[in-house]
Design a protein around this ligand. Structure first.
Ligand SMILES: [Zn+2]
Length: 322
């Protein structure tokens, strides 16, 4: 009887030990698993990369997975956190933001983002990209985005003499939008007049090369776009004045200009080369040059006070890549 009881006790003990071992094993493997999981996390990887726990948390909070992978590829740099918080930050440009900052320590991160997004970290005419003509009225042409010699817009129409000097042409939707804008301006007492619009590659080539021959390349580049790089080749750009204010030197001081600046977007036009944006657009202030982009896009550009070059980089190209 006693012996049987002893055996039972033994079985009970070994059973308990066995259960204990199982528990310890589960506990340890959970610990190992959690540790393994943590090592896979971005927080761990960022700390291993040299960031503090606080910085790692901040980086994670402000980034998408794509951003974090990009950050881990670059050497440790605390300034990345400031760039990530910029509204128009583009992941693919991060390395270029940092390189630009290295060489331009006094430029703000906001300005660096704008400059790099529009390729201004490359020299004009030294970083050619083919304009994507499938974008239609949203296509971009500047000193980096170039149209081919044989590009001609479709649906070009002659602009009536009521609104323009002779031999002016734009795409038909631009013509319609301009007529609406002309009528609204007229109701406010301003008689708008277009003095330049569509220019073929050939005519831009003539303008530019005549300037180059008489004044040299540097001066020619200041006054005219090189052929293929002119927005006038798109049929979407117009040079507009008011019948009583037709000088490039003084149009900016006219009431008609103020009216255009505040109202053009309602008709789908934007001021393409605004004051103090030369480093972004590549052009000195042109109070007379307007570009059609459609009402929806013109409103965003107007409300956010950005240039078309910045809009295109962030809202069109970057979002197509995401
Ligand atoms: Zn123009």
């Amino acid at each position: 009887m006693k012996k049987k009881y002893k055996i039972k006790k033994k079985v009970l003990y070994s059973g308990l030990i066995f259960i204990g071992i199982i528990f310890i094993a589960i506990f340890l493997s959970l610990k190992i698993y959690n540790n393994y999981k943590y090592k896979q996390s971005y927080e761990y990887k960022l700390i291993e990369h040299g960031y503090t726990l606080e910085q790692a948390k901040e980086l994670e909070k402000n980034s998408k997975e794509k951003d974090l992978n990009q950050i881990l590829k670059l050497s440790r740099n605390e300034n990345i956190i400031t760039f990530l918080k910029e509204k128009y930050y583009i992941t693919n440009n991060l390395e270029r933001y940092l390189n630009y900052q290295d060489k331009n320590k006094d430029t703000s991160t906001k300005d660096i983002v704008a400059i790099v997004n529009v390729n201004r970290d490359f020299d004009y005419y030294k970083h050619d990209i083919d304009s994507d003509i499938s974008k239609n009225e949203l296509l971009l042409v500047n000193k980096y985005y170039k149209l081919k010699e044989d590009f001609e817009p479709i649906n070009l129409v002659n602009i009536s003499n009521k609104y323009a000097y002779q031999n002016n042409q734009v795409i038909s939707i631009v013509n319609d939008a301009f007529v609406s804008m002309w009528n609204a301006a007229n109701e406010n007492g301003y008689k708008l007049i277009i003095n330049s619009s569509y220019r073929s590659y050939k005519s831009q080539d003539d303008v530019y090369n005549n300037l180059k021959a008489s004044k040299g390349e540097k001066n020619a580049d200041k006054q005219a776009a090189r052929p293929g790089y002119s927005e006038h080749q798109t049929g979407l750009a117009i040079d507009v004045f008011e019948i009583n204010n037709q000088l490039t030197s003084t149009f900016k001081d006219s009431e008609a200009y103020t009216w255009l600046k505040n109202n053009a977007y309602l008709y789908g036009f934007i001021e393409r080369y605004p004051e103090d944006k030369e480093n972004i657009t590549g052009y000195a202030f042109e109070s007379w040059h307007y570009r059609y982009v459609g009402i929806e896009v013109a409103k965003i550009i107007h409300d956010e006070d950005i240039t078309y070059d910045e809009y295109y980089a962030y809202y069109i190209e970057n979002q197509a890549n995401n």
